[in-house]
Design a protein around this ligand. Structure first.
Ligand SMILES: [Zn+2]
Length: 1187
């Protein structure tokens, strides 16, 4: 498939609102949504002026390349005379703009004269003195106040952990929680608010009536609203209706006034004046014909794609060379699947493995066999005979030896069908809880499993899509909590996308006065605040402090003590909502500018030769039309910039007035600076012709490069400096191929050493090899510079170190080992499209407040902390989660329960400063049984995995594994001792809510991070470690226990998926095909005896032996079976945040080992226990604890 076809094919772009619709998960959590009319849940729908979008258009014109305020360029102008040649005649230079960029050599890209650099500026360019520029000392002051921080001064900065340094400007707004002495008795508003759902719908009417709400459906950062939200809202009414409806706040919200469209000296483009939903470019995928002036293509010769070049695989350095490094093993099984056979013909890692070496035989696991005293101990304890068939749901039927046929005794101590089955638990939950919406009005209610499709109706608590807890009933005392060993944690996904049937959070605008908050603990107004004294004051539900109600917020109470505008105000009646932040919530008391995206492309030999550079450039040409728009904006406010690099950096001036882009080379990477301000970050539509020209020319410019030495840290530094100069937050998209060994800051060495595995030094493999990147990350966080990293390694490139900045800035990391255009481009492009389009909150700070008695003590995820309470995120996207652990600091009461409030302050992609609030109320218990009845094992596993994966940074892996086993044994032993009815010690009794804890825990224990097989690379372990740290509960669930579907059971006439089966080889039939997915990969396993007709229908070949296991997509065949299987795959892909790689595995093929790695109920080749063995081991551990 050619790149051009890829770039313009429809589906991702074929919809009017791609950023939203594309990511609607067709089956949230597993299967098709039940067809519930969404109007039923649109609580605040309806024609309510109060909910109109508060006229965002007028203040949100794209910022037109704000001319670098406060950055007068004082440059040597020896080359500035070149500039007029390239400035178009039609535009006046911005009045406040900098003079034409001159500190770098101005190179009219694509001009004939440029050809002399086209061979690669490094080796054979023009004399270095003319092209490559050393940093002139005089340019130092040209970015006042944003001079790059001297990184070496920060070398003591602590990695990955809270640091005492760095006072944060926003701290005063997210002030520390004060622990009040009296637990609040502010029970959740009684009665009506928690009644049947019918009490809520009137809300929609009352919004209109009172006119008090300025909140709008939260759409600005979610993309277009569902249709039910938009009807009856003529765009023209927006700007008038909203301010007028709220007399207390005349005029539009403050933030709307701060971006006069003419502020930059530019006139807005004509197309921007009539902004309104109806003006959306309804073009479905056609990239804006009106502005697509055909660019002056000097690089017109975009002829053959690298993919079609026969030599692109054989070009030096040959892949074999890469493979002959210190770690020649094939790419890890867990992520990348088999390397392309053509590239890596020998698979040493697989050949040592023999088929069928595990998973067939059940019996004592080598790891545990010694400790496990054998069958005689199990179930044959002296004492009262166990009840034959207990009806207690907590009881696991554990067949006794004498119940088994004699021939099974030696090997089958436990019937595998009698131990808890994940499939059954998932199925039961779907059947029991999938049909009714989950209404959040009840405190401490355990939500359905993440694998169940259900709708959520917000009645005062945050949706489980935003917050899930390990337990919804918290022990009242610290002693109880310690006794149970159940960790108390919440997995929070503050910007989660919701299904279209659910209403995104409303935006509340309190005008200049800002959100209502408790005077003492600064908690935000929420449904649990108690209004007293006729409504003149409220008592804080978190700290009990009493705060005056501001006059403009006063409202009378009804006879139940509830404000009469309860249903009119999301902050009084809903679990999740947003506040428009005032200027007090902004850095330097100044509203932020819209963020910027900077694309930074590795143009080394490898990147060019693999076709990657051309692929990226082609894709960006169309992808730039789909930058996040932030709601109703006609076009995205995000500005873009471009950098290419090898061991020097090339900046591009793509100012709209230029006829051709200009390149500036910075070779002094040791002291990075940005050679141009005006023209570097631009509006896509204004500069489209220049950008297109640039993207056409980049692949040509570097087509003949031979550069293989790369820098990395200076690239981040340059992006950071550019954002600093532009005084905005933003995101860097870095496309990088290799270990940065060129002489530059952040230079790395290859320190991979698999011999360290299972030694005390194994932890060093997960630690960055230098503090340099942590220090850089800290600077990035301070600026709101989020770094997304796309890696294309052919060998070790030290993910553990390169990923530090990504990790600490809340960015995403993607890895495509042994990238090949044919097999990997679809996956990469899908990931890139989603990554660019998805909504991101920038420059964010998250604080979790709790009611008296517990407090947040520990945090897991991709972020930075400079104190113990504020989670700082340069960027936070809709897929990222932050896990928070809580500890007691006082007693809790059953009456009050426990409350959480997560507040996220962030800048939207439109540049709007917002606060997103999520509230959750939990029960508290004095009986352990209540705790164990209200736990959620999937969330528990999410927490435990993150806890363990962090532990490997500082502890031997075995220590981490043992600690996990011990903690879970204690959890289960506590239950057995305190909650289960008396029975034989030989009987294993698990709490109903935790009966999957052993099987899931075993999956974590034998995951690639904690127990790697020989084929798993060091980079892959670091990569997985980083990914899991930000995963939500649904992702960890399927990652650790993959979904396995029998394809011959597919009903082509039915939308439903076939019933999943357990992940064990003995469940596979030779006559069937199976699909297995874990969120990163999709396998299709084909049994040797599959009917020929099925093979023909799915693969288009006539026999098993003809099936190619190198295909990266299934062939598109016109038969029901093929269509159905492909539609299932599409559905699964849409559910996951990353595009999964398809790997075809034939039974008894050498690649089958890759597949068997994911049959997690079986013994693994790396020594991981089978489920049965591990359950026996856990049982023994529990009994030891009890004796
Ligand atoms: Zn308070």
């Amino acid at each position: 498939m050619s790149v051009n076809q890829q770039a313009h094919t429809g589906p991702p772009y074929g919809q009017p609102q791609p950023a939203y619709q594309r990511y609607q998960q067709p089956g949230y959590g597993g299967q098709q949504m039940p067809g519930v009319p969404h109007s039923q849940y649109g609580v605040y729908n309806g024609p309510m002026p109060g909910y109109q979008q508060p006229a965002p258009p007028q203040g949100y014109f794209p910022s037109l390349g704000l001319p670098s305020k406060g950055s007068p360029v004082s440059l040597n102008s020896d080359t500035s005379s070149l500039a007029p040649n390239f400035i178009g005649p039609l535009r006046t230079p911005p009045t406040s703009g900098a003079p034409p960029p001159t500190s770098g050599a101005l190179l009219p890209v694509g001009q004939p004269a440029y050809n002399q650099f086209g061979q690669g500026d490094v080796q054979n360019g023009i004399p270095a003195s003319a092209v490559q520029m050393q940093r002139p000392s005089v340019s130092q002051p040209f970015i006042p106040g944003s001079t790059p921080t001297s990184i070496s001064q920060l070398s003591s900065f602590q990695q990955y952990g809270p640091s005492p340094t760095g006072a944060q400007q926003l701290t005063n707004h997210m002030a520390g929680m004060t622990i009040g002495s009296v637990p609040t008795s502010a029970a959740p508003p009684a009665g009506v608010g928690y009644g049947p759902s019918t009490s809520v719908p009137p809300a929609s009417g009352s919004f209109t009536a009172t006119g008090s709400g300025l909140y709008t459906p939260y759409s600005s950062s979610q993309g277009p609203r569902p249709a039910s939200m938009t009807h009856g809202l003529p765009p023209t009414s927006l700007s008038q209706g909203v301010p007028l409806a709220q007399p207390a706040f005349s005029g539009p919200p403050l933030s709307m006034q701060r971006l006069p469209s003419q502020g930059s000296g530019y006139a807005p483009p004509p197309s921007s004046t009539g902004i309104g939903p109806s003006n959306y470019p309804s073009t479905t995928g056609a990239p804006r014909p009106s502005t697509m002036q055909s660019p002056p293509l000097s690089g017109q010769a975009l002829a053959g794609l690298p993919a079609s070049q026969p030599n692109h695989l054989a070009s030096p350095p040959p892949p074999q060379q890469a493979m002959s490094g210190p770690h020649p093993g094939p790419p890890m099984t867990g992520l990348q699947g088999p390397p392309p056979p053509s590239t890596h013909p020998s698979q040493p890692g697989y050949q040592i493995q023999q088929n069928g070496s595990f998973g067939q035989v059940r019996g004592p696991q080598p790891n545990y066999g010694g400790a496990y005293p054998g069958t005689s101990n199990y179930g044959s304890q002296p004492g009262p005979p166990p009840p034959p068939k207990r009806l207690d749901p907590d009881s696991i039927p554990s067949p006794q030896l004498n119940e088994l046929p004699p021939q099974q005794k030696p090997r089958h101590r436990i019937d595998p069908d009698a131990i808890p089955s994940p499939i059954q638990v998932i199925e039961d939950d779907r059947n029991n809880r999938g049909s009714e919406p989950f209404v959040t009005g009840v405190r401490g209610q355990v939500p359905p499993l993440v694998t169940t499709n259900f709708l959520v109706k917000d009645q005062g608590n945050a949706s489980p899509r935003y917050i899930r807890c390990t337990s919804y009933n918290i022990p009242c005392t610290s002693d109880m909590a310690k006794q149970s060993q159940v960790p108390l944690a919440a997995v929070i996904k503050p910007l989660a996308m919701l299904p279209t049937e659910e209403t995104p959070p409303y935006l509340v605008d309190h005008g200049e006065s800002g959100p209502i908050r408790c005077n003492r603990c600064k908690a935000y107004m929420c449904p649990f605040m108690q209004f007293i004294e006729g409504g003149r004051r409220f008592q804080c539900c978190f700290c009990s402090c009493v705060t005056e109600v501001p006059p403009h917020y006063f409202q009378h109470l009804d006879h139940t003590g509830k404000r009469v505008d309860f249903y009119d105000r999301p902050e009084l009646s809903l679990g999740s909502y947003e506040f428009l932040a005032t200027v007090d919530y902004c850095k330097n008391n100044k509203f932020p500018d819209p963020p910027a995206f900077i694309f930074m492309i590795d143009v080394s030999y490898n990147a060019v030769k693999s076709g990657l550079v051309r692929l990226i450039c082609e894709e960006l040409k169309s992808l730039l039309d789909y930058l996040p728009r932030g709601g109703n904006l006609e076009e995205s406010a995000i500005r873009v910039g471009f950098v290419t690099y090898n061991k020097v950096l090339h900046f591009y001036n793509v100012k709209s007035s230029l006829a051709q882009p200009q390149m500036m080379v910075v070779s002094d990477v040791a002291d990075m600076f940005v050679p141009l301000l005006d023209g570097f970050l631009v509006n896509v539509n204004e500069s489209r012709a220049v950008i297109t020209s640039l993207l056409d020319q980049i692949p040509e410019m570097f087509a003949d490069t031979r550069e293989t030495e790369m820098v990395f840290a200076p690239v981040i530094q340059a992006g950071l400096d550019a954002l600093k100069a532009a005084e905005c937050a933003g995101k860097l998209f870095i496309f990088h191929t290799s270990l940065p060994i060129a002489e530059a800051p952040g230079k790395l060495k290859n320190r991979d050493d698999k011999k360290l595995i299972n030694t005390d030094k194994e932890k060093t493999l997960f630690q960055p090899q230098t503090n340099f990147y942590s220090n850089l990350a800290k600077d990035c966080v301070a600026q709101g510079c989020c770094v997304d990293l796309f890696l294309f390694p052919n060998q070790y490139l030290d993910v553990a170190t390169l990923g530090v900045v990504t990790y600490q800035t809340g960015g995403s990391i993607y890895k495509y080992s042994y990238f090949q255009l044919e097999t990997d481009q679809e996956r990469f492009l899908n990931d890139l499209r989603r990554d660019v389009q998805k909504e991101v909150g920038f420059d964010a700070v998250m604080r979790v407040r709790t009611s008296t008695g517990i407090r947040a003590t520990d945090f897991f995820g991709a972020f930075y902390m400079s104190n113990t309470t504020d989670v700082e995120l340069a960027g936070l996207d809709c897929d990222k989660t932050i896990t928070v652990e809580f500890k007691h600091d006082d007693k809790l009461s059953e009456d009050s329960g426990a409350l959480l409030q997560c507040a996220l302050l962030y800048t939207s992609s439109a540049g709007q400063r917002r606060l997103r609030i999520h509230n959750l109320s939990l029960n508290c218990c004095t009986q352990l049984a209540d705790l164990y009845r209200n736990c959620e094992t999937d969330t528990l596993i999410n927490y435990l995995a993150k806890y363990a994966y962090r532990g490997v940074l500082n502890n031997p892996v075995k220590t981490v594994r043992d600690a996990l086993i011990n903690q879970c044994a204690q959890i289960l032993a506590c239950y057995r001792k305190n909650c289960a009815s008396p029975s034989s010690a030989g009987q294993l009794i698990l709490p109903e809510c935790m009966k999957l804890l052993p099987v899931y825990l075993n999956c974590v224990l034998k995951s690639d991070v904690l127990q790697p097989g020989p084929e798993v690379s060091t980079d892959d372990r670091a990569y997985i470690r980083q990914l899991v740290t930000s995963m939500d509960v649904a992702e960890t669930n399927v990652f650790f226990y993959p979904r396995l579907l029998p394809l011959t059971k597919v009903d082509v006439d039915n939308d439903a998926l076939p019933a999943a089966i357990r992940n064990s080889e003995e469940r596979l039939s030779k006559g069937d095909m199976y699909l297995l997915e874990n969120g990163l990969n999709i396998f299709v396993w084909v049994g040797v005896n599959v009917q020929q007709g099925l093979i023909q229908n799915l693969f288009g070949v006539s026999s098993f032996s003809q099936i190619s296991n190198t295909m990266s997509t299934l062939p598109i065949l016109e038969n029901p079976f093929s269509k159905k299987v492909r539609s299932i795959m599409d559905m699964l892909q849409a559910q996951r945040s990353r595009y999964m790689k398809l790997i075809i595995v034939k039974q008894e093929d050498k690649f089958e080992m890759l597949f068997k790695h994911f049959l997690v109920e079986d013994k693994s080749m790396s020594g991981g226990a089978s489920y049965v063995d591990f359950l026996c081991h856990m049982h023994k551990e529990i009994r030891q604890l009890l004796s």
